[in-house]
Design a binder for this molecule. Structure first.
Ligand SMILES: NC(=O)c1ccc[n+]([C@@H]2O[C@H](COP(=O)([O-])OP(=O)(O)OC[C@H]3O[C@@H](n4cnc5c(N)ncnc54)[C@H](OP(=O)(O)O)[C@@H]3O)[C@@H](O)[C@H]2O)c1
Length: 333
């Protein structure tokens, strides 16, 4: 069986480019005992991958040059010599940017969708949903009436995190990069307000929307957006540092003030976390998220790009904001 794979061949400078990858056609090996063959149905593109492309120094290990880009996929077993799997089973695997793969049966997991469509396993019930849930519930800990700001609020993590805070009774202000995303956040996600950080008067609009200051900031982006939000921190604010996408391509705005100094002056705390910390509580998050989706309290969204060949442009589009909700690449039916 043949498969196409996308391999990292050069470490990007700035935005990752098509020339940083090569698309290879390979013959998959015959199945050994205990192995399964899977076809990729959907693959995930995620901002953290940029850190893995760039070498050492980030929170994630560097992806060796010449490796298939690693990441989560939703697949279907096409052949099995593993006792737990049969052809036709839907599985989650870490096989990354390739159309098919042969892996040990122990390396794939059953898809649990709690009654939602299959792709939910990579979006609202996937790693990004769990991140938004636990980051907000366990670290942000929003109380009724508090003001919560979420950056990249219309993205995969942000859309969940912001609605979790709304469900907890907080006043939630989302930050996103287009007016259309802001409209979605107000209408579909039911946030108190949403503001476009590309507006010239973004900082002023945010200050008007947060007259008592910001009690919880769930930060997905860093950079100038966070500079504006952190200036509005209320005393004792909780800052959830979930991601810093504005810095992943190596850009830094001139004149940025020191965030630690701002924290010091307000007696605020900032806490980083990685979703892996909640690995043994993921099922709890999935069950709650699914209940909220089912009873209409939580709206989730997926942006699906067609075709394996669109994988690298799809990944690049995370940095220009083309996605609403979880960005997925549809590879096959
Ligand atoms: N801590 C963890 O364990 C963990 C787990 C998963 C994800 N994360 C992090 O969480 C963040 C969101 O990840 P995601 O998977 O949900 O991606 P996403 O939000 O679905 O996609 C990225 C979004 O970021 C926004 N963006 C891109 N560049 C930006 C910039 N320079 N300034 C402001 N906004 C920018 C874009 O939306 P706009 O149109 O609004 O600009 C884009 O849609 C990332 O930083 C990611 O690394 C952390």
């Amino acid at each position: 069986m043949q498969a196409k794979r996308i391999v990292l061949v050069r470490r990007p400078t700035g935005m990752a480019e098509a020339a940083d990858f090569s698309v290879e056609q390979v013959e998959l090996p015959p199945l050994a005992d205990g192995e399964v063959a899977i076809d990729t149905l959907y693959l995930s593109v995620d901002p953290y991958m940029r850190g893995r492309f760039g070498g050492e120094g980030g929170p994630h290990s560097a992806l060796p040059l010449g490796s298939v880009v690693a990441g989560s996929v939703l697949g279907r077993v096409t052949a099995s010599r593993a006792p737990d799997w049969a052809a036709g089973d839907f599985v989650l695997a870490g096989t990354g940017w390739q159309t098919a793969a042969v892996v040990p049966g122990s390396a794939v997991r059953a898809v649990r969708t709690e009654g939602l469509p299959l792709t939910a396993a990579l979006s609202v019930l996937g790693s990004t949903g769990v991140t938004g849930y636990w980051g907000m519930v366990d670290i942000g800990r929003p109380a009724p009436g508090e003001t919560v700001v979420v950056s990249a609020a219309a993205g995969a993590v942000g859309l969940v995190a912001s609605q979790v805070a709304r469900i907890a009774g907080a006043r939630v202000v989302g930050v996103a990069g287009t007016d259309a995303k802001c409209a979605h956040l107000a209408s579909e996600a039911g946030l108190h307000a949403a503001v476009n950080y590309r507006a010239a008067d973004f900082a002023d609009q945010l200050a008007v929307l947060c007259p008592e200051g910001v009690d919880v900031y769930f930060d997905n982006v860093g950079g100038p957006v966070s500079q504006a939000v952190l200036r509005l921190m209320a005393p004792g604010a909780r800052i959830v540092i979930c991601g810093q996408i504005a810095e992943y391509n190596g850009e830094r705005a001139p004149g940025e003030v020191s965030i630690p100094t701002l924290l010091l002056s307000r007696g605020a705390s900032m806490q980083g976390f990685m979703v892996m910390r909640y690995a043994d509580r993921a099922a709890e998050a999935r069950a709650q998220l699914a209940r909220w989706v089912a009873d209409g309290q939580l709206a989730y969204h997926e942006t699906v790009v067609e075709g394996f060949e669109a994988t690298v442009p799809a990944f690049q589009s995370l940095f220009t904001g083309a996605n609403l909700g979880k960005l997925l690449v549809h590879v096959a039916d």
